[in-house]
Design a protein around this ligand. Structure first.
Ligand code: MLT
Length: 323
């Protein structure tokens, strides 16, 4: 049996090596443009992507032989799940591989935000000795974690170690339940009580623009917001307006609705807003972990029909029936 595995995004060497040694496997790998990737997809049996490749209906139509997609990462919002499901193609992600990287980056942003670290750095570079950059301590403050999945829980554990009170909103939890030191509350309670809100939810129809003028109005004055999840969770105009009005004291953003963000994205350049370019999963450890996991899942799916971490579970009955 021979299989062509297309990897149009940059994947760690450790992942590629797993597939290179499998007899009958042929790889096309590299940072490909959309046109190059779609041309190579014509005879591809499997696809491994990160966040740069958009696998929409048009891409899938260019890949008539596709049998499996693996996302080296957690979010699958760059894959048209409905179109893949209609074709019976399992879409797998690699949960867990970048949890620590994302949680640590969230905490880095949290500390940078409350202690004005980027502003202090910039001031010094510009020859200003700005000792007036007054910060806020985390101890005793309330962190609201929206989305208590793997990353949300890892952030909660770190917040507890900083002596913070942690509230969590996640529709999968019972109100009043405690997990990793975080108390599950309603979204309204979380918005009303949190000094800092950190977003860890996927982008879908129920979370898109959940941070908007109405939800911001229900937050504490002087709240700070951190987003290392997905840019689509925030109504950027509404948040920019709330920052200009002083309702929101600051924000730290790693993700954007369009990446890279447009030059006129309203949150860039606002005082009190700090940015990173989607670095949440960018550690050597995390990139090796997700690449290895994605490669193993593709190998085992193609060779043995063993598809793990399938997110479009509707395809599973047909796969397990050998269909
Ligand atoms: C993820 O979804 O795993 C992270 O956002 C990192 C990435 O997009 O690769």
């Amino acid at each position: 049996m021979s299989f062509h595995v297309l990897i149009p995004d940059k994947l760690s060497r450790e992942g590629l090596e797993i597939l290179q040694v499998v007899e009958g496997f042929r790889l096309t790998a590299g940072s490909l443009s959309r046109a190059e990737a779609m041309a190579a997809a014509a005879d591809a049996d499997a696809l491994i992507i990160r966040s740069a490749t958009r696998v929409d209906a048009e891409f899938l139509a260019a890949a008539p032989r596709l049998k499996a997609i693996a996302r080296a990462g957690a979010g699958v919002d760059n894959v048209d799940l409905a179109a893949a499901t209609a074709r019976g193609i399992p879409v797998m992600n690699t949960p867990g591989g970048n949890t620590i990287a994302a949680a640590e980056h969230t905490f880095g942003l949290l500390l940078a935000l409350v202690r004005h670290i980027p502003q202090g750095h910039q001031a010094l570079l510009e020859g200003r000795w700005e000792r007036g950059l007054m910060g806020t301590e985390l101890q005793g403050k309330t962190l609201g974690v929206i989305g208590l999945g793997r990353i949300g829980r890892a952030v909660a554990r770190r917040a507890v170690a900083f002596d913070m009170r942690v509230l969590a909103y996640d529709p999968r939890l019972q109100i009043g339940e405690e997990r990793e030191g975080a108390l599950s509350v309603t979204l309204d309670e979380l918005l009303a009580q949190s000094d800092i809100i950190s977003l860890h939810a996927p982008a879908n129809d129920s979370t898109r623009q959940m941070i908007n003028a109405q939800s911001i109005a229900r937050m504490k004055d002087g709240v700070r917001i951190i987003n290392t999840a997905r840019g689509a969770l925030i109504d950027a105009e509404a948040l920019a307006e709330a920052i200009r009005a002083g309702k929101v004291a600051g924000a730290a953003l790693d993700v954007y609705p369009q990446e890279p963000p447009a030059a006129d994205y309203p949150l860039i350049g606002l005082p009190g807003v700090i940015h990173t370019p989607h670095l949440g999963a960018s550690t050597h450890e995390a990139q090796i972990a997700v690449a290895v996991q994605a490669a193993e899942q593709i190998r085992d799916g193609l060779l043995y029909g063993d598809f793990r971490n399938v997110v479009n579970v509707d395809v599973l009955p047909a796969l397990t029936a050998g269909g």
